[in-house]
Design a protein around this ligand. Structure first.
Ligand code: DGP
Length: 145
């Protein structure tokens, strides 16, 4: 899908928000939802999405929803740092299939990084064990402030 197009209510993140698909939840408030990426590029890979916006990408999102989203990203990234003690944290976001975007509900990746540990390729890593993701989600959630 290109940068242009209509929001599809059947996308997997919309299903997760509706409770129609499972997710290892890290954090939720009125505006944002954070959960473990099931195809993680590294240990502790979290996704943050807007609950209020139907923007498919950063170019479409309403300013107020973007403000809530990025504040949610900062809050969750701080919790990831506290829980997992990474050496660094990559914040990534893709717009359009050619950039690597595969789910067309705006989302931000939070990926903790450790020195000497390579990142798995975007969209090409295997599926994580859900039980392990649930444990990680709980440890990160405990550090949300
Ligand atoms: P992007 O390629 O930027 O659109 O990122 C989409 C991410 O979503 C990708 O890292 C894999 C992840 N993903 C795909 N399907 C699911 C799912 O059903 N559950 C979860 N938790 N993550 C998913």
């Amino acid at each position: 899908m290109s940068l242009d197009g209509a929001y599809d209510d059947a996308n997997i993140f919309a299903k997760i928000l509706r409770g129609d698909a499972p997710a290892a939840k890290v954090f939720e408030d009125d505006q944002v939802f954070a959960f473990m990426d099931v195809f993680p590029q590294g240990r502790g890979h979290v996704l943050v999405i807007s609950k209020e916006s139907k923007a498919r990408n950063l170019l479409e999102v309403e300013p107020e929803a973007l403000e809530h989203l990025i504040l949610g990203v900062q809050r969750v990234a701080r919790a990831v740092r506290a829980a997992l003690k990474p050496d660094a944290i990559a914040i990534m976001q893709f717009n359009g299939a050619v950039s690597g975007q595969s789910v067309f509900h705006l989302h931000v990746h939070i990926i903790p990084r450790w020195s000497g540990v390579a990142l798995r390729p975007h969209g090409e890593g295997g599926m994580a064990d859900f039980g392990e993701l649930a444990v990680l989600a709980k440890s990160i959630a405990a550090m949300i402030s």
